[in-house]
Design a binder for this molecule. Structure first.
Ligand SMILES: [Zn+2]
Length: 335
């Protein structure tokens, strides 16, 4: 055996046995970044939303220049806080525009991640007609196509699956898109982030993922702050799923301090994500309406957490390590 053969065989053995450190990637609109290198990350924000509804949404309701003029200063401000990665949670049929995201990423220097999947919350107003008629397998095929071939005839790929459901119990369509998400995950390794109306919805979503062979750590419970019973955070996170508190603003810092303190007390910080759900150039409003900055976390929350005894390591876990692990693309099967 020559040296090159030896290196190849050692590599294959290592891959097969999982020895050593395996590098996983996060998929951004400008290509892949090693999960360990995505740095400080906001896991749930939006550049643009168009709430007109799946029946009426169409291109040309805004100009890219007008959105860039509005949003770019906020991304540059974010970059000045040493935030390197921005997860854009606007799904298809609510204004997902991957060319816009790519341009903003290039001009700001912030990594941006986009998504595939459908949003079944808000009374299913944002589900396209075919979501009512097609099977879970057919819907998954559409999302897998985006992963394999790119979105909207670009080479830009989704970095996660974004789904949505109202407060439980889930409707038939909402259950179907969860199953489609599970099928897509098992084919692509994309993490499934689900807008969830309450803890009952999150519990039911996790059950569907498990029944379809997906491990809990492939699931992010989006908008966990909607649930007022903190024990549900414990129930979901202790199974390995991600609990995301993502409506932070300057006025609710103490609620976030309380929820994060609960997670720390129960040794669940390593399953916790935090973000603002901010931004939002509102298509249809004059000059995009009010745009909320992405910086409360840095200016308000982190100083308060430090006062409450959170260490630098805890903060790094929340906004550095956890997002990298949560969004690292890899298939997670239920064992
Ligand atoms: Zn959102």
């Amino acid at each position: 055996m020559n040296r090159i053969d030896f290196v190849i065989i050692a590599f294959l053995v290592c891959m097969a046995t999982g020895c050593g450190k395996t590098t996983h990637n996060v998929i951004t609109v400008n290509g892949v970044v090693a999960a360990e290198a995505i740095g400080t990350t906001l896991p749930h924000e939006h550049i643009l939303v168009d709430f007109i509804g799946a029946d009426s949404i169409r291109p040309g309701r805004y100009t890219t220049d007008s959105v860039v003029a509005k949003a770019l200063p906020y991304l540059i401000e974010l970059k000045s806080k040493d935030c390197q990665t921005f997860i854009d949670c606007t799904p298809n049929y609510i204004g997902r525009d991957v060319n816009l995201l790519q341009r903003l990423s290039l001009e700001s220097g912030v990594n941006i991640v986009t998504n595939t999947g459908y949003y079944g919350a808000a009374g299913q107003k944002y589900l396209p007609h075919h979501a009512f008629t097609e099977s879970a397998e057919q819907l998954a095929d559409r999302w897998i196509q985006e992963f394999e071939n790119g979105i909207d005839e670009t080479a830009i790929k989704p970095g996660f699956i974004k789904l949505g459901a109202d407060a439980g119990p889930l409707t038939g369509e909402q259950k179907k898109i969860m199953k489609a998400g599970a099928i897509t995950h098992l084919k692509t390794g994309l993490t499934i982030a689900v807008h969830s109306g309450d803890g009952n919805a999150a519990r039911e979503e996790l059950k569907i993922f498990l029944e379809n062979g997906v491990a809990p750590d492939a699931f992010i419970w989006v908008h966990a702050q909607n649930e007022k019973d903190f024990t549900v955070f414990h129930e979901i996170a202790s199974q390995g799923a991600w609990v995301e508190f993502d409506g932070l603003n300057a006025d609710n810092t103490e609620e976030y301090v309380n929820m994060l303190t609960y997670m720390k007390k129960h040794s669940l910080l390593q399953r916790t994500l935090v973000s603002h759900d901010a931004g939002w150039y509102h298509v249809g409003e004059k000059n995009g309406g009010d745009f909320r900055a992405f910086t409360s976390l840095f200016t308000n929350l982190i100083p308060r957490l430090k006062e409450e005894g959170f260490s630098e390591e805890d903060i790094d876990q929340l906004i550095g390590k956890n997002p990298g692990e949560a969004f690292a693309v890899r298939i997670r099967r239920k064992v």
